[in-house]
Design a protein around this ligand. Structure first.
Ligand code: MN
Length: 444
């Protein structure tokens, strides 16, 4: 069994010379150091950055200043790249080497930290002065359906007598998502048009979706890929997972209801998917590992290629996840967003390792920068449901927002914000930042 790999970078007493990184509630303390791709307002060229408090370490500038002289030249080249694909392709050991150097550079009271601090003007940029990009060139995106609570709730709406299909407890169910329409947090999302029906058998009309929804999900970026024809074993799966982000899998439920059989969702999902811009590495998440799902008596054991002791003991991640909504009326009134739900990622039926092992089990090749997402993260309680379809019971019980408004589905001008963080006694809290998007009216 793999032992936890804790090192100096997880030391909760380490202090950064970047003051904002020491705030107890920051998402980006010295223990996190997530990677992202940002753009200065004065140039087109995207750069690799590492979030620290309310600042970003500009890896291109820091490399030019010689601050990454200790890492391999191939790693320095990746840090000067335009996307994270090169760093992802090198693999987790090299990403960990960068993390260790960045930790020393940003730590107060070390020789490396003093040297970096003297260059702060050259190597740090305030987060509010830059734009964030999708962190990798995503070649392929696959979305799973790994919350048994979500699958049961949604299944019951469409098949009251038979909510969970017979394959659910055997296969990490997934579908092939659309990579081209993945956007970074902050990008507005336009309401789609599509075929919708008034009665289950049609006929359809083409109309703006009236049942636009969000889905709260966790995404994982692939590090090293696999050769086509050569599956990744569950035991090796996490060596191929670079890090995690938040994902909003926007969904047009009325379009989905008509189109989803027999091949699954298509245009109801492919118009937009939003990702949070900071990729939190598995190394940063090491203190927050959780057991895999404990199957109740009566559930089948996973097939051997989806089961091992390590996955059972620590295949999960303890991440608290929230959804917040700010409507146009709230913005106009200067009111704060309201929280719609709070759940936890540790209750998923399948782990990310199992999803990856299953994904490649037929020989399908994953490539560096590919994205897999968990599926809607819903928990067992009503306040932990990760989409409006479930929260408002398919539109039947609109959610009161506390200002006189309510929502069965999203309205134009609604801004959906996903948040996630990890907390555990003896460690620094780390967070994912925000995954946000506002709904724009349909075109024309
Ligand atoms: Mn989804």
């Amino acid at each position: 069994m793999t032992t936890p790999q804790l090192d100096d970078t997880h030391d909760p007493t380490a202090v950064s010379w970047v003051e904002s990184a020491n705030a107890p509630d920051t998402d980006f303390p010295l223990a996190n150091l997530p990677f992202g791709i940002f753009r200065h307002d004065y140039e087109e060229r995207p750069r690799v950055g590492i979030a620290i408090g309310d600042q970003v370490l500009d890896c291109l500038a820091a490399t030019h200043e010689g601050l990454f002289a200790d890492v391999d030249p191939s790693v320095r080249a990746a840090l000067m790249s335009w996307s994270l694909n090169a760093l992802m392709a090198l693999g987790r050991d090299d990403a960990r080497a960068v993390r260790r150097v960045a930790h020393r550079l940003l730590r107060a009271g070390t020789p490396e930290g003093e040297r970096a601090r003297a260059m702060a003007r050259e190597i740090l940029v305030p987060m509010d002065a830059i734009g964030m990009r999708v962190p990798a060139e995503i070649g392929d995106y696959s979305d799973f359906y790994a919350s048994v609570h979500h699958a049961t709730n949604v299944g019951a709406m469409f098949r009251p007598d038979n909510p969970l299909l017979p394959n659910y407890k055997w296969i990490p169910i997934g579908y092939h998502g659309r990579a081209s329409s993945i956007v970074a947090s902050g990008t507005p999302v336009r309401r789609p048009r599509g075929q919708v029906v008034a009665t289950p058998d049609g006929p359809p009309t083409v109309a703006p979706s009236q049942r636009l929804d969000y889905e709260l999900e966790v995404g994982a970026f692939i590090a090293r890929g696999n050769r086509q024809g050569e599956p990744i074993a569950l035991a090796d799966a996490e060596q191929h997972l670079f890090g995690l982000c938040l994902v909003n899998d926007w969904s047009a439920r009325d379009v989905q209801q008509w189109e989803y059989q027999p091949l699954g969702p298509f245009l109801s999902k492919s118009f937009a998917t939003t990702v949070s811009p900071w990729v939190v590495t598995l190394d940063a998440l090491e203190p927050f590992r959780a057991p895999g799902f404990e199957r109740p008596a009566g559930d089948p054991a996973p097939l051997p290629y989806l089961d091992d002791a390590t996955n059972r003991a620590r295949g999960g991640f303890d991440i608290t996840l929230e959804v917040w909504l700010r409507t146009a009326a709230m913005r106009a009134a200067g009111a704060d967003a309201v929280r719609l739900s709070r759940g936890d990622f540790s209750g998923m039926y399948w782990t990310l390792g199992q999803m990856l092992a299953h994904h490649t089990s037929n020989g399908c090749n994953l490539r560096p920068g590919d994205l897999i997402a968990s599926g809607t993260v819903s928990g067992p309680t009503p306040d932990s449901r990760g989409c409006l379809l479930e929260l408002a019971s398919r539109g039947q019980s609109p959610v009161a927002l506390g200002n006189g408004e309510s929502r069965a589905f999203l309205q134009d001008g609604d801004e959906v914000m996903l948040r996630g963080w990890c907390e555990r006694e003896g460690f620094r809290r780390i967070g994912f930042g925000t995954c946000a998007g506002e709904v724009l009216p349909v075109l024309g």
